[in-house]
Design a protein around this ligand. Structure first.
Ligand code: NAD
Length: 487
Protein backbone atom coordinates (compact mmCIF):
# COMPACT_ATOMS: atom_id res chain seq x y z
CA UNK A 1 0.00 0.00 0.00
CA UNK A 2 1.37 3.43 -0.94
CA UNK A 3 1.66 6.54 1.21
CA UNK A 4 -1.64 8.42 1.53
CA UNK A 5 -0.46 11.65 3.11
CA UNK A 6 0.84 14.90 1.69
CA UNK A 7 3.77 16.85 3.14
CA UNK A 8 3.07 20.37 4.36
CA UNK A 9 5.44 22.34 6.60
CA UNK A 10 7.26 19.19 7.67
CA UNK A 11 4.06 17.34 8.63
CA UNK A 12 2.55 14.35 6.87
CA UNK A 13 -1.11 15.30 6.59
CA UNK A 14 -4.44 14.28 5.11
CA UNK A 15 -5.18 17.92 4.32
CA UNK A 16 -7.86 20.29 5.52
CA UNK A 17 -10.79 18.63 3.75
CA UNK A 18 -9.93 15.11 4.94
CA UNK A 19 -10.99 13.72 1.56
CA UNK A 20 -9.16 11.15 -0.55
CA UNK A 21 -9.16 10.07 -4.19
CA UNK A 22 -8.26 6.71 -5.69
CA UNK A 23 -4.98 5.77 -7.32
CA UNK A 24 -5.79 3.47 -10.26
CA UNK A 25 -3.58 0.78 -11.83
CA UNK A 26 -3.94 1.40 -15.60
CA UNK A 27 -2.99 -2.18 -16.47
CA UNK A 28 -5.69 -3.78 -14.32
CA UNK A 29 -8.15 -0.88 -13.89
CA UNK A 30 -8.15 -1.81 -10.19
CA UNK A 31 -7.99 0.72 -7.37
CA UNK A 32 -4.54 0.59 -5.80
CA UNK A 33 -5.56 2.66 -2.81
CA UNK A 34 -6.40 6.14 -1.60
CA UNK A 35 -4.39 9.33 -1.48
CA UNK A 36 -5.13 12.63 0.29
CA UNK A 37 -7.07 15.06 -1.87
CA UNK A 38 -5.66 18.52 -1.18
CA UNK A 39 -7.64 21.74 -1.37
CA UNK A 40 -6.78 25.30 -2.31
CA UNK A 41 -6.49 25.99 1.44
CA UNK A 42 -3.84 23.24 1.71
CA UNK A 43 -2.00 24.78 -1.23
CA UNK A 44 -2.01 28.22 0.41
CA UNK A 45 -0.71 26.69 3.63
CA UNK A 46 2.07 24.90 1.77
CA UNK A 47 3.06 28.07 -0.08
CA UNK A 48 3.16 30.03 3.18
CA UNK A 49 5.36 27.32 4.72
CA UNK A 50 7.75 27.43 1.76
CA UNK A 51 7.88 31.24 2.01
CA UNK A 52 8.68 31.09 5.75
CA UNK A 53 11.36 28.46 5.25
CA UNK A 54 12.98 30.60 2.57
CA UNK A 55 12.72 33.92 4.40
CA UNK A 56 13.48 32.89 7.99
CA UNK A 57 15.96 29.98 7.88
CA UNK A 58 19.53 29.75 6.61
CA UNK A 59 18.54 27.16 3.96
CA UNK A 60 19.19 29.62 1.12
CA UNK A 61 22.77 30.39 2.29
CA UNK A 62 24.00 27.18 3.93
CA UNK A 63 25.68 25.32 1.07
CA UNK A 64 27.12 22.48 3.12
CA UNK A 65 23.83 21.72 4.84
CA UNK A 66 22.02 21.58 1.52
CA UNK A 67 24.57 19.12 0.17
CA UNK A 68 24.09 16.93 3.24
CA UNK A 69 20.31 17.02 2.86
CA UNK A 70 20.38 16.17 -0.85
CA UNK A 71 22.67 13.21 -0.18
CA UNK A 72 20.41 12.05 2.66
CA UNK A 73 17.44 12.17 0.31
CA UNK A 74 19.35 10.21 -2.31
CA UNK A 75 20.20 7.53 0.29
CA UNK A 76 16.61 7.46 1.52
CA UNK A 77 15.30 6.85 -2.01
CA UNK A 78 17.94 4.17 -2.58
CA UNK A 79 16.80 2.41 0.59
CA UNK A 80 13.29 1.96 -0.88
CA UNK A 81 14.30 1.63 -4.51
CA UNK A 82 12.63 -1.74 -5.15
CA UNK A 83 9.34 -0.67 -3.53
CA UNK A 84 9.47 2.50 -5.59
CA UNK A 85 10.08 0.46 -8.74
CA UNK A 86 7.05 -1.75 -8.15
CA UNK A 87 4.93 1.27 -7.24
CA UNK A 88 5.87 3.14 -10.41
CA UNK A 89 4.97 0.15 -12.56
CA UNK A 90 1.64 -0.18 -10.73
CA UNK A 91 0.52 3.45 -10.90
CA UNK A 92 2.16 4.62 -14.16
CA UNK A 93 1.66 1.37 -16.08
CA UNK A 94 5.20 1.76 -17.41
CA UNK A 95 7.08 -1.38 -18.47
CA UNK A 96 9.30 -2.52 -15.60
CA UNK A 97 12.17 -2.44 -18.11
CA UNK A 98 11.88 1.36 -18.22
CA UNK A 99 12.50 1.60 -14.47
CA UNK A 100 16.03 0.28 -14.97
CA UNK A 101 16.64 3.28 -17.22
CA UNK A 102 14.93 6.65 -17.51
CA UNK A 103 11.93 5.91 -15.31
CA UNK A 104 13.93 5.37 -12.10
CA UNK A 105 17.51 4.12 -11.98
CA UNK A 106 19.04 6.71 -14.32
CA UNK A 107 17.68 9.75 -12.42
CA UNK A 108 18.28 8.08 -9.06
CA UNK A 109 21.97 7.81 -9.94
CA UNK A 110 22.55 11.49 -10.51
CA UNK A 111 19.52 13.82 -10.46
CA UNK A 112 20.12 14.77 -6.82
CA UNK A 113 23.85 14.13 -6.51
CA UNK A 114 25.03 16.06 -9.58
CA UNK A 115 23.38 19.32 -8.43
CA UNK A 116 24.62 18.63 -4.87
CA UNK A 117 28.19 18.30 -6.16
CA UNK A 118 27.76 21.42 -8.31
CA UNK A 119 27.14 23.56 -5.21
CA UNK A 120 30.95 23.50 -4.76
CA UNK A 121 31.84 24.66 -8.25
CA UNK A 122 28.85 26.79 -9.28
CA UNK A 123 29.84 30.40 -10.06
CA UNK A 124 27.98 31.99 -7.14
CA UNK A 125 30.02 35.16 -7.62
CA UNK A 126 31.92 36.82 -10.44
CA UNK A 127 34.06 39.91 -10.26
CA UNK A 128 33.80 42.69 -12.83
CA UNK A 129 36.62 45.10 -13.69
CA UNK A 130 36.73 48.18 -11.40
CA UNK A 131 35.08 50.99 -13.34
CA UNK A 132 34.75 54.78 -13.35
CA UNK A 133 31.22 54.40 -14.65
CA UNK A 134 30.31 58.07 -15.12
CA UNK A 135 33.82 59.35 -15.89
CA UNK A 136 34.00 61.35 -12.62
CA UNK A 137 37.21 59.83 -11.33
CA UNK A 138 35.41 57.60 -8.83
CA UNK A 139 36.29 53.95 -9.32
CA UNK A 140 33.99 51.21 -8.13
CA UNK A 141 34.68 47.55 -7.40
CA UNK A 142 31.82 45.39 -8.61
CA UNK A 143 30.58 41.85 -8.21
CA UNK A 144 27.73 39.82 -9.64
CA UNK A 145 26.10 37.48 -7.15
CA UNK A 146 23.90 34.53 -7.97
CA UNK A 147 21.19 33.91 -5.40
CA UNK A 148 18.28 31.51 -5.14
CA UNK A 149 15.12 32.82 -6.74
CA UNK A 150 12.94 32.00 -3.72
CA UNK A 151 9.81 29.87 -3.58
CA UNK A 152 9.39 27.62 -6.61
CA UNK A 153 6.09 26.04 -7.63
CA UNK A 154 6.87 22.67 -9.24
CA UNK A 155 4.08 21.13 -11.33
CA UNK A 156 4.73 17.74 -12.95
CA UNK A 157 2.96 15.20 -15.21
CA UNK A 158 2.44 11.44 -14.90
CA UNK A 159 4.52 9.90 -17.67
CA UNK A 160 7.98 9.83 -16.02
CA UNK A 161 6.91 11.24 -12.64
CA UNK A 162 9.92 10.39 -10.47
CA UNK A 163 12.41 11.30 -13.19
CA UNK A 164 10.83 14.70 -13.66
CA UNK A 165 10.40 15.35 -9.94
CA UNK A 166 14.03 14.50 -9.14
CA UNK A 167 15.41 16.49 -12.06
CA UNK A 168 13.51 19.52 -10.78
CA UNK A 169 13.98 19.02 -7.04
CA UNK A 170 17.76 18.49 -7.29
CA UNK A 171 18.53 21.85 -8.93
CA UNK A 172 15.78 23.71 -7.01
CA UNK A 173 17.19 22.63 -3.65
CA UNK A 174 20.87 22.77 -4.60
CA UNK A 175 20.45 26.41 -5.62
CA UNK A 176 18.91 27.23 -2.21
CA UNK A 177 15.25 27.53 -3.03
CA UNK A 178 12.23 26.17 -1.23
CA UNK A 179 9.31 24.64 -3.10
CA UNK A 180 5.80 23.32 -3.32
CA UNK A 181 5.49 20.25 -5.52
CA UNK A 182 2.17 19.46 -7.23
CA UNK A 183 2.28 15.96 -8.77
CA UNK A 184 -0.20 14.73 -11.40
CA UNK A 185 -3.27 13.12 -9.83
CA UNK A 186 -2.82 10.00 -12.03
CA UNK A 187 0.46 9.05 -10.32
CA UNK A 188 0.47 10.27 -6.72
CA UNK A 189 2.25 7.57 -4.72
CA UNK A 190 5.81 8.08 -5.92
CA UNK A 191 5.49 11.68 -4.73
CA UNK A 192 3.85 10.90 -1.39
CA UNK A 193 6.56 8.30 -0.76
CA UNK A 194 9.15 10.98 -1.46
CA UNK A 195 7.35 13.23 1.05
CA UNK A 196 7.44 10.57 3.74
CA UNK A 197 11.13 9.92 3.11
CA UNK A 198 11.88 13.64 3.36
CA UNK A 199 10.00 13.86 6.67
CA UNK A 200 11.36 10.66 8.20
CA UNK A 201 14.84 10.18 6.79
CA UNK A 202 16.34 13.60 6.08
CA UNK A 203 17.17 16.82 7.92
CA UNK A 204 15.46 18.91 5.23
CA UNK A 205 13.79 21.59 7.39
CA UNK A 206 9.99 21.93 7.55
CA UNK A 207 8.63 23.99 4.68
CA UNK A 208 11.62 23.54 2.37
CA UNK A 209 9.78 20.87 0.37
CA UNK A 210 5.98 20.69 0.47
CA UNK A 211 3.99 18.18 -1.57
CA UNK A 212 0.32 18.83 -2.26
CA UNK A 213 -1.81 16.25 -4.08
CA UNK A 214 -5.17 17.12 -5.59
CA UNK A 215 -7.64 15.47 -7.92
CA UNK A 216 -8.62 18.96 -9.07
CA UNK A 217 -6.02 20.44 -11.45
CA UNK A 218 -7.05 23.93 -10.37
CA UNK A 219 -5.52 23.44 -6.93
CA UNK A 220 -2.24 23.60 -8.84
CA UNK A 221 -3.28 26.88 -10.38
CA UNK A 222 -2.87 28.58 -6.99
CA UNK A 223 0.90 28.16 -7.50
CA UNK A 224 0.69 30.21 -10.68
CA UNK A 225 -1.28 33.11 -9.18
CA UNK A 226 0.11 33.40 -5.62
CA UNK A 227 2.28 36.49 -5.07
CA UNK A 228 4.30 34.41 -2.57
CA UNK A 229 5.61 32.12 -5.33
CA UNK A 230 8.66 33.45 -7.23
CA UNK A 231 8.83 31.03 -10.17
CA UNK A 232 6.74 28.21 -11.62
CA UNK A 233 8.61 25.20 -13.02
CA UNK A 234 6.21 23.13 -15.08
CA UNK A 235 6.39 19.97 -17.15
CA UNK A 236 3.28 18.97 -19.02
CA UNK A 237 1.22 19.69 -22.09
CA UNK A 238 1.62 22.81 -24.21
CA UNK A 239 -2.05 23.71 -23.60
CA UNK A 240 -1.57 23.75 -19.83
CA UNK A 241 1.77 25.55 -20.23
CA UNK A 242 0.00 28.34 -22.09
CA UNK A 243 -2.57 28.64 -19.33
CA UNK A 244 0.13 28.69 -16.64
CA UNK A 245 2.04 31.41 -18.46
CA UNK A 246 -1.11 33.53 -18.75
CA UNK A 247 -1.96 33.06 -15.07
CA UNK A 248 1.63 33.82 -13.99
CA UNK A 249 1.63 37.07 -15.96
CA UNK A 250 -0.60 38.71 -13.36
CA UNK A 251 2.26 38.66 -10.84
CA UNK A 252 4.95 38.83 -13.58
CA UNK A 253 6.25 35.52 -12.31
CA UNK A 254 8.90 33.87 -14.48
CA UNK A 255 7.88 30.49 -15.83
CA UNK A 256 10.07 27.55 -16.78
CA UNK A 257 8.13 25.31 -19.13
CA UNK A 258 8.93 21.81 -20.40
CA UNK A 259 6.15 21.06 -22.86
CA UNK A 260 5.15 18.73 -25.66
CA UNK A 261 6.98 17.61 -28.77
CA UNK A 262 6.59 16.14 -32.26
CA UNK A 263 10.19 15.25 -32.90
CA UNK A 264 11.67 13.76 -36.05
CA UNK A 265 13.60 10.59 -36.64
CA UNK A 266 15.46 11.70 -39.76
CA UNK A 267 17.13 8.94 -41.77
CA UNK A 268 19.38 10.41 -44.47
CA UNK A 269 19.85 8.69 -47.82
CA UNK A 270 23.36 7.47 -46.97
CA UNK A 271 22.20 5.65 -43.81
CA UNK A 272 21.93 1.89 -43.56
CA UNK A 273 18.14 1.61 -43.63
CA UNK A 274 18.06 -2.06 -42.66
CA UNK A 275 19.76 -1.45 -39.31
CA UNK A 276 18.23 1.97 -38.65
CA UNK A 277 14.57 1.98 -39.59
CA UNK A 278 13.24 -0.96 -37.50
CA UNK A 279 14.37 0.78 -34.31
CA UNK A 280 11.99 3.66 -35.12
CA UNK A 281 9.41 1.40 -33.46
CA UNK A 282 11.08 2.56 -30.24
CA UNK A 283 8.32 5.21 -30.13
CA UNK A 284 6.19 2.42 -28.65
CA UNK A 285 8.41 2.21 -25.56
CA UNK A 286 6.21 3.09 -22.54
CA UNK A 287 3.26 3.23 -24.98
CA UNK A 288 4.66 6.36 -26.60
CA UNK A 289 4.16 8.45 -23.48
CA UNK A 290 7.41 10.38 -23.73
CA UNK A 291 7.67 14.01 -24.72
CA UNK A 292 11.03 13.58 -26.50
CA UNK A 293 10.02 10.60 -28.62
CA UNK A 294 10.79 10.81 -32.34
CA UNK A 295 7.25 10.30 -33.64
CA UNK A 296 7.74 11.54 -37.22
CA UNK A 297 9.94 9.20 -39.24
CA UNK A 298 11.41 11.09 -42.22
CA UNK A 299 12.80 8.84 -44.96
CA UNK A 300 14.15 9.43 -48.49
CA UNK A 301 11.25 9.38 -50.96
CA UNK A 302 13.45 7.31 -53.32
CA UNK A 303 13.43 4.45 -50.78
CA UNK A 304 10.01 5.06 -49.23
CA UNK A 305 8.47 1.61 -49.79
CA UNK A 306 11.55 -0.17 -48.48
CA UNK A 307 11.50 2.08 -45.39
CA UNK A 308 7.82 1.37 -44.72
CA UNK A 309 8.47 -2.40 -44.88
CA UNK A 310 11.40 -2.11 -42.48
CA UNK A 311 9.38 0.03 -40.06
CA UNK A 312 6.56 -2.49 -40.20
CA UNK A 313 9.05 -5.22 -39.34
CA UNK A 314 10.11 -3.17 -36.30
CA UNK A 315 6.50 -2.71 -35.23
CA UNK A 316 5.79 -6.44 -35.49
CA UNK A 317 8.59 -6.96 -32.98
CA UNK A 318 7.15 -4.66 -30.31
CA UNK A 319 6.27 -6.72 -27.27
CA UNK A 320 3.46 -5.36 -25.15
CA UNK A 321 1.06 -6.23 -22.37
CA UNK A 322 1.57 -6.75 -18.62
CA UNK A 323 4.01 -4.00 -17.55
CA UNK A 324 5.45 -6.16 -14.77
CA UNK A 325 6.79 -8.57 -17.43
CA UNK A 326 10.43 -7.71 -18.19
CA UNK A 327 10.03 -8.79 -21.82
CA UNK A 328 7.44 -6.10 -22.61
CA UNK A 329 8.42 -2.79 -24.19
CA UNK A 330 5.06 -1.23 -23.54
CA UNK A 331 2.19 -1.44 -21.11
CA UNK A 332 -1.09 0.44 -21.15
CA UNK A 333 -1.80 4.15 -21.53
CA UNK A 334 -2.04 5.88 -18.16
CA UNK A 335 -5.81 6.33 -18.16
CA UNK A 336 -9.02 5.67 -20.05
CA UNK A 337 -8.99 9.34 -21.05
CA UNK A 338 -5.53 9.03 -22.65
CA UNK A 339 -6.51 5.78 -24.35
CA UNK A 340 -9.57 7.43 -25.90
CA UNK A 341 -7.54 10.47 -26.92
CA UNK A 342 -5.00 8.29 -28.77
CA UNK A 343 -7.74 6.26 -30.48
CA UNK A 344 -9.34 9.54 -31.56
CA UNK A 345 -6.09 10.62 -33.26
CA UNK A 346 -5.85 7.26 -35.02
CA UNK A 347 -9.38 7.69 -36.42
CA UNK A 348 -8.48 11.20 -37.54
CA UNK A 349 -5.36 9.88 -39.31
CA UNK A 350 -7.46 7.37 -41.23
CA UNK A 351 -10.08 10.00 -42.05
CA UNK A 352 -7.40 12.37 -43.39
CA UNK A 353 -6.17 9.68 -45.79
CA UNK A 354 -3.07 8.23 -44.09
CA UNK A 355 -2.47 4.52 -44.74
CA UNK A 356 -2.78 2.37 -41.61
CA UNK A 357 -0.02 -0.26 -41.82
CA UNK A 358 -0.65 -2.00 -38.48
CA UNK A 359 -2.46 -1.57 -35.18
CA UNK A 360 -5.05 1.14 -34.90
CA UNK A 361 -7.21 -0.16 -32.09
CA UNK A 362 -7.49 -1.79 -28.69
CA UNK A 363 -5.75 -5.21 -28.71
CA UNK A 364 -8.42 -7.91 -28.50
CA UNK A 365 -6.29 -10.08 -26.20
CA UNK A 366 -6.00 -7.24 -23.66
CA UNK A 367 -9.61 -6.23 -22.92
CA UNK A 368 -8.71 -5.06 -19.41
CA UNK A 369 -6.30 -2.14 -19.03
CA UNK A 370 -6.00 0.98 -21.16
CA UNK A 371 -4.04 -0.57 -24.03
CA UNK A 372 -3.65 0.64 -27.60
CA UNK A 373 -1.95 -1.45 -30.31
CA UNK A 374 1.39 -0.30 -31.72
CA UNK A 375 0.21 1.74 -34.70
CA UNK A 376 2.06 2.66 -37.87
CA UNK A 377 0.86 5.12 -40.52
CA UNK A 378 2.39 5.50 -44.01
CA UNK A 379 1.54 7.94 -46.81
CA UNK A 380 1.50 10.75 -44.29
CA UNK A 381 1.80 14.38 -45.28
CA UNK A 382 3.31 16.74 -42.73
CA UNK A 383 0.15 18.86 -42.82
CA UNK A 384 -2.03 16.05 -41.42
CA UNK A 385 -3.20 16.27 -37.81
CA UNK A 386 -1.30 13.07 -36.89
CA UNK A 387 1.92 14.71 -38.13
CA UNK A 388 1.35 18.02 -36.36
CA UNK A 389 -0.12 17.23 -32.96
CA UNK A 390 1.43 15.33 -30.08
CA UNK A 391 -0.47 12.04 -29.82
CA UNK A 392 1.31 10.70 -26.71
CA UNK A 393 0.59 7.11 -27.69
CA UNK A 394 2.32 4.24 -29.57
CA UNK A 395 1.86 5.84 -32.98
CA UNK A 396 4.49 6.54 -35.66
CA UNK A 397 3.95 8.40 -38.94
CA UNK A 398 6.25 8.02 -41.97
CA UNK A 399 6.88 11.02 -44.19
CA UNK A 400 9.01 11.07 -47.34
CA UNK A 401 11.47 13.81 -48.29
CA UNK A 402 13.19 14.60 -51.60
CA UNK A 403 16.60 15.93 -50.43
CA UNK A 404 18.35 17.31 -47.34
CA UNK A 405 16.78 20.76 -47.69
CA UNK A 406 13.33 19.21 -47.91
CA UNK A 407 14.06 17.04 -44.85
CA UNK A 408 15.15 20.10 -42.83
CA UNK A 409 12.09 22.01 -44.01
CA UNK A 410 9.73 19.23 -42.89
CA UNK A 411 11.57 18.77 -39.58
CA UNK A 412 11.22 22.47 -38.79
CA UNK A 413 7.65 22.71 -40.07
CA UNK A 414 6.19 22.07 -36.62
CA UNK A 415 4.99 24.24 -33.75
CA UNK A 416 7.24 22.08 -31.54
CA UNK A 417 11.02 21.81 -31.22
CA UNK A 418 11.90 19.46 -28.38
CA UNK A 419 14.16 16.68 -29.57
CA UNK A 420 15.02 14.44 -32.50
CA UNK A 421 17.22 11.81 -34.04
CA UNK A 422 19.40 11.95 -37.17
CA UNK A 423 21.11 8.99 -38.83
CA UNK A 424 23.66 9.27 -41.61
CA UNK A 425 26.57 7.24 -42.93
CA UNK A 426 28.65 10.40 -42.39
CA UNK A 427 28.66 11.92 -38.89
CA UNK A 428 29.80 15.33 -40.17
CA UNK A 429 26.85 15.42 -42.53
CA UNK A 430 24.53 14.53 -39.61
CA UNK A 431 26.07 17.38 -37.58
CA UNK A 432 25.54 19.77 -40.46
CA UNK A 433 21.84 18.86 -40.58
CA UNK A 434 21.64 19.04 -36.75
CA UNK A 435 22.74 22.69 -36.87
CA UNK A 436 19.77 23.48 -39.10
CA UNK A 437 17.08 21.80 -37.01
CA UNK A 438 15.40 24.05 -34.44
CA UNK A 439 15.11 21.72 -31.51
CA UNK A 440 16.54 21.51 -27.97
CA UNK A 441 18.22 18.09 -28.13
CA UNK A 442 19.31 15.74 -30.92
CA UNK A 443 20.74 12.23 -30.95
CA UNK A 444 23.10 11.61 -33.87
CA UNK A 445 23.81 8.14 -35.26
CA UNK A 446 22.38 6.38 -32.22
CA UNK A 447 24.02 8.72 -29.69
CA UNK A 448 22.29 9.68 -26.46
CA UNK A 449 22.42 13.20 -25.00
CA UNK A 450 20.62 12.47 -21.69
CA UNK A 451 22.10 13.23 -18.27
CA UNK A 452 21.82 15.39 -15.13
CA UNK A 453 24.62 17.51 -16.60
CA UNK A 454 22.88 17.90 -20.00
CA UNK A 455 20.44 20.76 -20.59
CA UNK A 456 17.09 19.50 -21.85
CA UNK A 457 14.21 21.59 -23.13
CA UNK A 458 12.48 22.95 -26.14
CA UNK A 459 12.57 25.55 -28.88
CA UNK A 460 9.31 27.14 -30.04
CA UNK A 461 6.16 25.83 -28.36
CA UNK A 462 8.04 22.98 -26.67
CA UNK A 463 8.92 25.27 -23.81
CA UNK A 464 10.97 27.98 -22.18
CA UNK A 465 14.17 27.26 -20.28
CA UNK A 466 16.25 24.15 -19.73
CA UNK A 467 16.12 21.37 -17.18
CA UNK A 468 19.43 19.87 -15.97
CA UNK A 469 22.93 21.02 -16.83
CA UNK A 470 24.31 24.43 -15.85
CA UNK A 471 21.34 26.12 -17.52
CA UNK A 472 19.05 24.04 -15.32
CA UNK A 473 20.81 25.35 -12.21
CA UNK A 474 20.89 28.96 -13.35
CA UNK A 475 17.18 29.01 -14.10
CA UNK A 476 16.52 28.69 -10.36
CA UNK A 477 18.68 31.70 -9.49
CA UNK A 478 18.36 35.48 -9.43
CA UNK A 479 21.21 37.85 -10.29
CA UNK A 480 22.32 40.70 -8.04
CA UNK A 481 25.00 43.21 -9.05
CA UNK A 482 26.74 45.16 -6.23
CA UNK A 483 29.37 47.88 -6.25
CA UNK A 484 31.47 49.76 -3.68
CA UNK A 485 34.19 52.41 -3.88
CA UNK A 486 37.55 50.93 -4.88
CA UNK A 487 40.15 51.00 -2.11
P1 NAD B 1 -1.04 18.22 -18.25
O1 NAD B 1 -0.58 19.48 -18.83
O2 NAD B 1 -2.46 17.84 -18.42
O3 NAD B 1 -0.78 18.17 -16.68
C1 NAD B 1 0.51 18.35 -16.12
C2 NAD B 1 0.37 18.84 -14.69
O4 NAD B 1 -0.24 20.12 -14.69
C3 NAD B 1 -0.49 17.95 -13.78
O5 NAD B 1 0.11 17.92 -12.51
C4 NAD B 1 -1.80 18.72 -13.73
O6 NAD B 1 -2.53 18.47 -12.54
C5 NAD B 1 -1.31 20.15 -13.74
N1 NAD B 1 -2.27 21.14 -14.22
C6 NAD B 1 -3.28 20.97 -15.12
N2 NAD B 1 -3.93 22.14 -15.32
C7 NAD B 1 -3.31 23.06 -14.55
C8 NAD B 1 -3.52 24.46 -14.33
N3 NAD B 1 -4.46 25.14 -14.96
N4 NAD B 1 -2.71 25.10 -13.46
C9 NAD B 1 -1.72 24.45 -12.82
N5 NAD B 1 -1.49 23.12 -12.99
C10 NAD B 1 -2.27 22.44 -13.85
O7 NAD B 1 -0.07 17.13 -18.86
P2 NAD B 1 -0.15 15.57 -18.65
O8 NAD B 1 -1.27 15.06 -19.49
O9 NAD B 1 -0.10 15.25 -17.21
O10 NAD B 1 1.26 15.11 -19.28
C11 NAD B 1 1.45 14.89 -20.63
C12 NAD B 1 2.11 16.06 -21.30
O11 NAD B 1 3.32 16.38 -20.66
C13 NAD B 1 2.49 15.81 -22.74
O12 NAD B 1 2.07 16.87 -23.55
C14 NAD B 1 3.99 15.72 -22.72
O13 NAD B 1 4.63 16.07 -23.90
C15 NAD B 1 4.34 16.64 -21.63
N6 NAD B 1 5.66 16.33 -21.09
C16 NAD B 1 6.69 17.18 -21.39
C17 NAD B 1 7.95 16.89 -20.93
C18 NAD B 1 9.09 17.81 -21.23
O14 NAD B 1 10.06 17.76 -20.52
N7 NAD B 1 9.02 18.64 -22.25
C19 NAD B 1 8.17 15.76 -20.17
C20 NAD B 1 7.10 14.91 -19.89
C21 NAD B 1 5.84 15.22 -20.36
Amino acid sequence: MGERKMLIDGRLTDGSGGRTFDNINPATEQVLGPVADGTAADMHEAIAAARRAFDTTDWSTNHEFRQTCLRQLQAALESEREDLRAELVAEVGCPVLSTYGPQLDAPLREALTWPADMIDTFAWKRTLEPKDAFGMGVFTDREVWKEPIGVVGVIVPWNFPMEIILNKLGPVLAMGNTCVLKPAPDTPWNATRLGRLIAEKTDIPPGVVNIVLASDHLVGEVLTTSPLVDLVAFTGSTATGRRIMAAASKTLKPVFLELGGKSVNLVLDDADLATTIPSAAGVCFHAGQGCAMATRLLVPMSRYDEAVELALMGFKGVTYGDPTDMSNLMGPLVSKRQQQRVLGYIEQGKAEGARLMCGGGVPSHLPVGYYVEPTLFANVDNSMTIAREEIFGPVLVIIGFTDDDDAVRIANDSPYGLSGVITSGDLERAKGIARRIRTGTLGLNGGNWYGADAPFGGYKQSGIGRQCGLEGLEIFTETKTVGWPSA
